[in-house]
Every structure is written in C-alpha cells, then in structure tokens.
Design a protein around this ligand. Structure first.
Ligand code: FES
Length: 109
C-alpha cells in the first residue's frame, strides 16, 4: 500500500462521542475511536494478550482493555496501567469530504 494512501473507514458523524468501530484493512484489525471531537485509529488487539479493545471503553483520551484493565493513551499508544507494558500502534487519520480516512502505513507513534 502506498505511504500516502488514506482509506475511508466511516462517515463523519457516524460515531457518537466515545464510540468505536472495528474494521480490517488488508487483514490488519484496527479500531476507529471518536472522543473529545477527535478521531483516532489504533490496533484493535491489546498487547498484553490477544484480546479485542473494541470490548473495552473510552475514558479521558484513553482506551481501556476490559480483560485485565490496562489503559492505553490514544495519542501515543502507551499503556498507562499494568499489566500491559507494550504500546499499541496509532495511525494517521484525517477527515475529508465527509469521510473519516486512515492511512495504515503512517504511524503516529
Ligand atoms: S488482555 Fe488487555 S490487559 Fe490483559
């Protein structure tokens, strides 16, 4: 996939505040999050064990894994709460023509 290619993954306004949407691009499981008027795309799976963060919740700019309670910062991907000690990847997002678009080749962290 070219490095500057953004792919539409949702309509602007599709997600309510603190809502998420799981999707796949080329077999990679990703998660779109809308919080504090901003969109984020991160890896769907927790780095602690292979568990979907889509089953967790969004709080104060962080996503919580519901299996063991780790929080990950959506900007940096860093875990703020044990037991996870590896970051999740966060990807470049933009809104254009009413679509939320992600570039999975361009990491934010
Ligand atoms: S699987 Fe996410 S914190 Fe353990």
């Amino acid at each position: 996939m070219p490095e500057n290619q953004f792919i539409a993954v949702a309509d602007e306004g599709e997600l309510q505040p603190d809502e998420m949407k799981a999707f796949e691009i080329e077999g990679r499981r990703l998660l779109l999050v809308f919080t504090n008027e901003e969109y984020f795309v991160v890896d769907e799976m927790c780095t602690h064990e292979d568990y979907s963060l889509a089953l967790g919740c969004i709080k104060n700019g962080q996503i919580k894994c519901s299996l063991h309670g780790s929080y990950f910062d959506l900007q940096t991907g860093q875990p703020n709460e044990e037991p996870a000690d590896e970051p999740i990847c966060s990807y470049a997002v933009k809104v254009a023509d009413g679509k939320v678009m992600v570039n999975p080749a361009q990491r934010r962290n």
